[in-house]
Design a protein around this ligand. Structure first.
Ligand code: MG
Length: 160
């Protein structure tokens, strides 16, 4: 069996009058992430990891922010599209491990909901999806509450 590993990284700025959506979960907070789509930084990092594993480019190439079709797009729906591409190449997700860097709000109560949304989109078991959250000790742009970043690594397995 052949394996491919992928890595993704994304950042979005926090802004007033935006919804905060992470892993498809709407999180109550007085700010949200700014972006052309719903700016779900966690799902964006994961999609880039999956595309990167197969050297298929990145989401900027696949879903250009100059395309009106993706304005306000639900990133979970885009993740399903990325999964279809991966399957077309003969691969499926083995597991993914993701980390969100945010000073605020506290994300622990929402982690299992994010894992469930991602697993459902990918048609896999929730045990294959790890989501973690950390602060950066008030350092840098995440620490100052200017934005939120996320990283993801994934392993893709070749299907029989
Ligand atoms: Mg993004």
């Amino acid at each position: 069996m052949s394996f491919r590993i992928g890595h993704g990284y994304d950042v979005h700025r926090l802004a007033e009058d935006r919804k905060l959506i992470l892993g498809g979960v709407l999180i109550p907070y007085d700010k949200g992430l700014l972006g052309h789509s719903d700016a779900d930084v966690l799902v964006h990092a994961l999609m880039d990891a999956m595309l990167g594993a197969l050297a298929l480019g990145d989401i900027g190439k696949l879903f250009p922010d100059t395309d009106d079709e993706y304005e306000g797009a639900d990133s979970i729906e885009l993740l399903k599209e990325v999964n279809r591409l991966v399957e077309q190449q003969g691969y499926m997700l083995g597991n993914a491990d993701c980390t969100i860097c945010a000073q605020q709000p506290k994300l622990a109560p929402f982690i299992d909901g994010m894992r469930a949304n991602i697993a459902e989109a990918l048609g896999c078991d929730v045990s294959q999806i790890s989501v973690k959250a950390t602060t950066e000790e008030k350092l840098g742009f995440t620490g100052e509450g200017l934005g939120i970043s996320a990283t993801a690594v994934c392993l893709l397995e070749e299907m029989e």
